[in-house]
Design a protein around this ligand. Sequence first.
Ligand code: SF4
Ligand code: SF4
Length: 458
Amino acid sequence: MPDILESPEHVLSTLERDGSRRWLYPRVSPGWYWRARRVVGVLLIALFVLLPHWRVGGKPALLLDVLHRQFTFFGITFLPTDTLLLALLMVSVFLTVFLATALFGRVWCGWACPQTVYMEFVYRPLERLFDGAPGQSNRRSVVRQVAKYATYLAISAALAHTFLAYFVGVDRLKVWLTQSPLEHTGPFAVMAITTGLMMFDFCFFREQLCLVACPYGRFQSVLLDRGSLIVAYDRNRGEPRGKRGPSLPILPDQPQGACIDCGLCVRTCPTGIDIRDGLQMECVHCTQCVDACDEIMDRVGQPRGLIRYASQNEVEGKPTGRFRARLVVYPVLLLAAVGTLVGLIATRSPVDVTVLRGQGMPFSVTEEGTIQNGLRVKLVNRLDRPVMLRIRVTGTREPVEFDTQDTVVRLEVGGVATQPVLVTAPRSLFVTGRADARIVVSDDTGWERDVACRLLGP
Ligand code: SF4
Ligand code: SF4
């Protein structure tokens, strides 16, 4: 078999020159940002675990009940028929991400993304506990490996259960936990597959998820501009880089930048890149290189901040106060989307009423000479209790109630029904083949909603 041609340089930070996987075991740089991120990470893990247990107005704070097609966000339930509300919610989420990225770069990736939080503050610390710090391969005994993967499995199973609670609710999950898996094979299979996927991700796939699978990193180049805050290496201050120390004195005729080329910023990077090569898609803005370099600057007696949070303009010494259109456009659009969403939620009816025409003939004439129209009334119950609804049809000009057949409908919570309504109206009501009417829907509490409709006749 011919030898594989080796690339003259590293194409990807996670690939060796022969194309095999380059496994990354980044060194921890426990600086100020690391400690702050760990506090944020612990709080986020607590939030992730507790959110399904939190109730707002008797409902879960967050429940994505795909089975019953109901989505609850902080006490507000959205149904599949809420297309506009769901669309506005999605647009608001996207605009918030766009605005946060324009202001603070990939702050989500580095500080709040579950992949980063669990990888850096749960799985990697466990890995270091069982395997030792990077380079201590002598600690990788079989017993330690079995213990490590057993711990990973237990944590992944716990995570998978928490994840499932967002889709089925904690009450149903508690019941399942006390039953045999044979009594709920479907959910058990979902939980087992989710556990397997988490094991695959955190044990094997790891940084590849950020580098090749996550779409957010790919959009970085359009979401950021030169004024966005990023983790950046100050090239003007750092270059020309070079080793320095007692055995390597600074020569007066050779300019020397602040970077001593120690390589610590690369060894600590969880995606294996060199921040000194400039802004890269692989950078998740975890700030580990900032902490590493600050530690080195302290040691060599230089000011901190050779790698720091800064805009591209700032590190390149360009003016930073330029007007940025996206910082006006995003908030305006976000305000409009959130304002419309809040307005629609505040004014929405407890029961949706939509009137549709019946199928087939537009109308028919009875033996008595009255006109019959077939209509369909679509009803959606948004209340937290079942409702008994009555449908009446009235005229608009005269207080007349038209004859209709059985029109009492019971709707469960979140229930949707399309009720056929046969309306019989006097012929005298029709002018140029049309008559205006109102569909009135009421419940037993006195709530009432009426919708205009048009009857057809000769
Ligand atoms: S940690 Fe700082 S000094 Fe060391 S190589 Fe990176 S940028 Fe240069
Ligand atoms: S370059 Fe720095 S901020 Fe970016 S991923 Fe690597 S260590 Fe984190």
